[in-house]
Write a new protein. Structure first.
Lengths: 261, 259
C-alpha cells in the first residue's frame, strides 16, 4: 500500500503568527472597525488614495480637507495657534473632568476639596496644575491667534463672519477662565472675582441686574459659587463647542486657510 | 491664446496683399469702421485687419467674387457679390474652398476659466504630522511646567478680610489699570466695549482687499498700537502695582502678582 508523503514542511512559529495576523485582518469584525485607509488594514500601502482615505474616514481628521494649500503646512505661517487653542481646550476638558470627581461647589466644602485633592489624591496636584496653567495658556494662545489672523489680513472677505465668531470665542474663553477662577474659593479667587464683577456692575441700564443674576445676590457668596460652577463646567463649554464647530466649519467653507501673503 | 492654423494665416496674408494692391484708396476710407471695431479688445488684431481688407473689397467696385475671408457682419455682402470666377461657387475662397473661418472666439470671452491651479499637498501626513508634533510639544510643556510650578491656593475665602492689593485675573488687569485713571463706567464698560465693537467690525471697516503687509500699513499700525496699549496696561497692572494699587518697582519691592 502506497504511503502518502506530505511534502510541505511543518509550519514554523513565524508562519503561524503571520497566518493569524492575516486571518485577523481579513475578518469581518476587523474590517468593520478599521475603515479603508487605516494603517491597520490588510495590505495597507502609502498611496495617494490611502492618504485621502485616512482623512475622509476618520471622525477627528475629517475636520481637515483631504488636501491643503502647500503654504498652510508651514509652521511659520499659522504658528499652530488656532490648533493649539483647540488642543488646550481638549486638555482642559480632560483635566477638568478629573477635577470634577473631587470637587463640591459649596462654600463650606470647595476649599477643603481642593486642598485634599492636592495632598491626598494621586496626581491630584499635577492635574490641578495642568488645568490652571493650561487655562492661562489657552487665553494666551487664543489672543495670539487673533493677532496672527489680523496681521495676515485673514479676516477679509469672504472670512469676515468667521472673524466675528472668533471674537465671540475669545470672549467665551475669557469668561470660561474667569468663572473657573472663583472655584478654588480662596482669598485670591474671591477678591479677583470681586474686582472683576464690581467693574461689570457699572454697565449702564442692565449692569447691576446682570451682576445680581450672576452673583446670585448683592455680594459674592455660596450662591455665586454654585452658579459659576455650572457656568464653568456645563453652560460655557456647551456654548463654546457650538461656536467652535461653526468656526471650524466656516474655515473650510470660506476656502480653507488664507494666504499666502 | 487660440492658435490660428498656418494655412489660414497664409490665406489672410494673400487676401491682404490683394486688397492692398487693388484698392488702396477704398481701404483708407474703410479705416474708421475698422477702428470702431478695434475698440472691442476681444477681437484679435489680425482678424480686424482681415475684416478691414474684406470690407474694402466688398465696398470697392472690383466684385471678382474671389474674396478671401469674410468676417461676421460682412458675410452677407460677400455672398451678394456677383460671381465672376466661372464655375467657382458663390463666396468660395481662392482655392475654390467653400468653408471659411467666420470668427475666432477666445475661451475667456464666453466662459470664466480658473487659470491658476493651487499648489496643494495631502493633509496626511504633511499637516497632521505637524499638528501632532505641536500638540505633543504643548502637552509636554504644560506637563513639565505643572510638575515644577504649583497653582496657587491661598487661605480660605473671607469676605471680611480684603487682601492688599486685590487684583483681578491678569487678562483683566488692563481694565483695573484704567480704573485708576477714569470713572468706573468709562474704564470698565465704555473703553473695553468700544474696543470690542471696533474689533468685531474690523473686517467691515477695513475695505482694503489686499492681505500684503506693505499694502496695509495703516491697519497694521493701528492694530499694533491697540495690542500694545493693552499689553502695556496689563504689564503695569501685573508687575508695577503694589499695596493700595500704588505704583511700585518689582525689583525693589517684590512682586504682588498671583496667576
Amino acid at each position: 500500500m502506497a504511503k502518502i508523503i506530505d511534502e510541505s514542511p511543518r509550519p514554523t512559529a513565524k508562519d503561524r503568527v503571520n497566518k493569524l495576523v492575516s486571518d485577523t485582518q481579513g475578518s469581518q469584525a476587523w474590517n468593520s472597525i478599521f475603515r479603508p485607509g487605516s494603517i491597520f488594514r490588510k495590505g495597507y500601502t502609502d498611496s495617494p488614495r490611502n492618504r485621502s482615505y485616512v482623512v475622509m474616514n476618520s471622525v477627528l481628521y475629517h475636520l481637515h480637507p483631504v488636501k491643503v494649500k502647500r503654504h498652510a503646512v508651514k509652521v511659520s505661517y499659522t504658528l499652530c495657534l488656532g490648533g493649539l487653542s483647540f488642543f488646550l481646550f481638549i486638555l482642559l476638558t480632560v483635566t477638568g473632568i478629573f477635577l470634577m470627581f473631587f470637587y463640591r461647589p459649596e462654600a463650606t466644602q470647595a476649599w477643603n476639596d481642593i486642598s485634599n485633592l492636592q495632598t491626598s489624591v494621586t496626581f491630584g496636584l499635577l492635574v490641578r496644575n495642568m488645568h490652571r496653567w493650561g487655562a492661562h495658556l489657552m487665553v494666551l494662545s487664543v489672543f495670539l491667534h487673533m493677532a496672527r489672523v489680523f496681521y495676515h489680513g485673514a479676516y477679509k472677505a469672504p472670512r469676515e463672519f468667521n472673524w466675528v465668531i472668533g471674537i465671540v470665542l475669545l470672549m467665551l474663553t475669557l469668561l470660561l477662565s474667569f468663572t473657573g477662577y472663583l472655584l478654588p474659593w480662596d482669598q485670591l479667587a474671591l477678591w479677583a472675582v470681586a474686582v472683576g464683577t464690581n467693574m461689570m456692575g457699572y454697565t449702564p441700564v442692565f449692569g447691576s441686574e446682570v451682576r445680581f443674576v450672576l452673583l446670585g445676590g448683592k455680594e459674592i457668596g455660596a450662591e455665586t459659587l454654585l452658579r459659576w460652577y455650572v457656568l464653568h463646567v456645563l453652560m460655557l463649554p456647551f456654548v463654546i463647542v457650538i461656536f467652535m464647530a461653526i468656526h471650524f466649519w466656516r474655515v473650510r467653507k470660506d476656502g480653507g486657510i488664507s494666504g499666502p501673503l | 491664446m487660440t492658435e490660428i492654423p498656418e494655412h489660414l494665416l497664409k490665406r489672410a496674408q494673400a487676401a491682404r496683399e490683394k486688397a492692398a494692391a487693388e484698392a488702396p484708396a477704398e481701404a483708407a476710407s474703410a479705416a474708421p469702421a475698422a477702428s470702431e471695431a478695434a475698440a472691442d479688445p476681444r477681437i484679435p488684431a489680425h482678424l480686424l485687419e482681415r475684416s478691414k481688407s474684406a470690407k474694402a473689397r466688398a465696398e470697392g467696385a472690383s466684385a471678382d467674387g474671389g474674396g478671401g475671408v469674410a468676417v461676421q457682419e460682412k458675410v452677407a455682402s460677400v455672398v451678394q457679390a456677383a460671381p465672376a470666377g466661372g464655375g467657382v461657387p458663390v463666396g468660395a475662397g481662392p482655392g475654390g474652398n467653400t468653408q471659411r473661418l467666420l470668427t475666432v472666439v477666445k475661451s475667456g470671452s464666453i466662459q470664466e476659466v480658473k487659470a491658476t491651479p493651487v499648489d496643494k499637498v495631502h493633509t496626511w501626513p504633511h499637516l497632521l504630522a505637524a499638528e501632532f508634533v505641536a500638540a505633543l510639544v504643548c502637552l509636554a510643556f504644560t506637563f513639565v511646567f505643572s510638575v515644577f510650578v504649583n497653582a496657587p491656593l491661598l487661605q480660605l475665602a473671607n469676605n471680611n478680610q480684603t487682601p492688599n492689593p486685590s487684583k483681578a485675573p491678569w487678562y483683566f488687569l488692563g481694565l483695573q489699570e484704567l480704573l485708576t485713571m477714569f470713572h468706573p463706567m468709562v474704564a470698565g464698560v465704555t473703553i473695553p466695549g468700544v474696543g470690542m465693537i471696533v474689533l468685531i467690525l474690523a473686517p467691515y471697516i477695513d475695505k482694503n482687499p489686499s492681505n500684503k503687509p506693505e499694502d496695509r500699513k495703516f491697519a497694521i499700525s493701528l492694530m499694533t498700537v491697540h495690542l500694545m496699549f493693552w499689553a502695556v496696561l496689563v504689564m503695569i497692572g501685573s508687575f508695577f502695582r503694589g499695596p493700595g494699587f500704588n505704583f511700585t518697582l518689582p525689583w525693589r519691592d517684590g512682586l504682588f502678582f498671583e496667576l
